[in-house]
Design a binder for this molecule. Structure first.
Ligand SMILES: Cc1cc2nc3c(=O)[nH]c(=O)nc-3n(C[C@H](O)[C@H](O)[C@H](O)COP(=O)(O)O)c2cc1C
Length: 367
């Protein structure tokens, strides 16, 4: 099936640089995902079982989706369901096209099962992505499973104009996603995290609500949370967002914190500026999911993301309050079979616990 696919399917291949490996995998997936025979092949290898859950008035075949940042430009939308994901999030998309930070900008710490990245929202810009997605819809190549769009602030737009920038992107992409995630928590756009303050957050969400009110159909708008904010700051953001009519939260984005490195490879990777993802993020992600669940008393859905790489870590996220979960780093380290492995494990946990379905497990830890 060629080197590109082998690169992706073989987590042991660690010799080529991370972004090149990622580009090769994306190319292979895009190719396979677009052809009917490729889809059948992926499906036969990676099909995941059913563990249905209804969230945002939509049926998800199971809770596990692709996290933002993997399919930055929404290029491989049909590949994600074919490798077993029940939903996917494309982006981060910004209003204006941007190259992102200079390379190298993605690093692996293999023994930690962690990545450090400072991509900086490299993407073709909202209008190009919309055109690409319009062509896809017209060609009848739109996935049947839910699609989310991750929206970031353009680097060239100062924070004072951030609300217009987010609203413009939301407006442009409105017809091309079922769910929207406002990302003000990436560590890789200078000043972005300052938008988490009450006034900025309020004005961004108000601008997004204005866009939504003008549309025929309402769609959920979520906020993605930083793991580096204090619990008090997170509680404030949640309170402000709830007062602004937010529909849910994604917990969490990457962290600028670093664990103690094991070995030279990790020491090198961790010395880079950027956001850390993968296993070392998991415990903080669980804390933030729990915090969000308790603050909202389970009244809006939470998407759990951060170091989920097994059915145990996925179960922990669900019982802490996540209705849906996402993975990024585990796909890099374990390959696509991780999706069905997680779903199978979750299914067993549901059964062992005597629940009628996964919905009953959401937030169970707090009862
Ligand atoms: C290379 C890379 C790029 C990312 N880009 C984005 C992004 O554009 N927007 C966003 O909200 N999160 C982005 N993320 C964060 C992921 O969506 C996710 O929150 C984080 O990686 C934690 O999940 P994980 O431990 O399963 O990787 C990115 C992560 C990585 C590794």
């Amino acid at each position: 099936m060629g080197l590109a696919w082998w690169t992706f399917a073989n987590p042991a291949l660690r010799l080529i640089d991370s972004e090149t490996a990622h580009s090769l995998s994306m190319k292979a997936l895009r190719g396979l995902g677009e052809s009917h025979s490729g889809q059948l092949l992926l499906n036969s290898l990676y099909k995941s079982p059913e563990l249905p859950i209804e969230v945002f008035d939509r049926l998800f075949h199971h809770p596990v989706g692709l996290a933002a940042g993997f399919d930055k430009g929404a290029e491989a939308l049909l590949a994600w369901p074919a490798i077993g994901f029940s939903w996917s999030e494309y982006g981060g998309i910004t209003r204006y096209p941007q190259d992102g930070n200079p390379k190298p900008r993605m690093f692996r710490a293999n023994r930690h099962r962690a990545l450090v990245n400072r991509m900086g929202f490299n993407n073709p810009g909202a209008s190009s992505v919309r055109d690409r997605l319009m062509a896809r819809k017209n060609a009848d190549k739109w996935p049947k499973s839910p699609v989310a769009a991750n929206i970031g602030r353009s680097k060239r737009v100062p924070n004072e104009h951030a609300s217009d920038d987010y609203a413009a992107t939301l407006d442009i992409l409105w017809d091309y996603a079922d769910i929207f995630v406002m990302n003000i928590s990436s560590p890789n756009t200078p000043g972005l995290r300052e938008l988490q303050g009450d006034d900025s957050l309020q004005s961004i969400l108000a601008a997004c609500n204005n866009v939504r009110e003008k549309k025929d159909e309402s769609k959920p708008i979520l906020l993605k949370i930083s793991p580096d904010s204090t619990d008090e700051q997170i509680s404030n953001s949640i309170e402000t967002s709830m007062a602004s009519g937010i529909d849910g939260f994604v917990a969490t984005n990457t962290t600028i914190k670093r664990p103690l490195p094991i070995g030279t490879n990790a020491r090198k990777a961790f010395s880079n500026d950027g956001g850390l993802s993968g296993r070392p993020l998991h415990s903080r992600a669980i804390e933030v999911i729990s915090l969000a669940y308790n603050e909202t008393q389970g009244s809006v859905p939470i998407v759990g993301v951060g170091g989920i790489d097994s059915s145990e870590s996925a179960w922990e996220a669900v019982i802490s309050g996540a209705s849906l979960i996402q993975v990024y780093s585990a796909l890099v380290f374990n390959g696509p079979s991780i999706v069905s492995r997680i779903v199978k494990g979750l299914k067993s946990r549901v059964k062992e616990s005597g629940f009628a379905g996964i919905t009953e497990a959401v937030g169970y830890k707090h009862i």
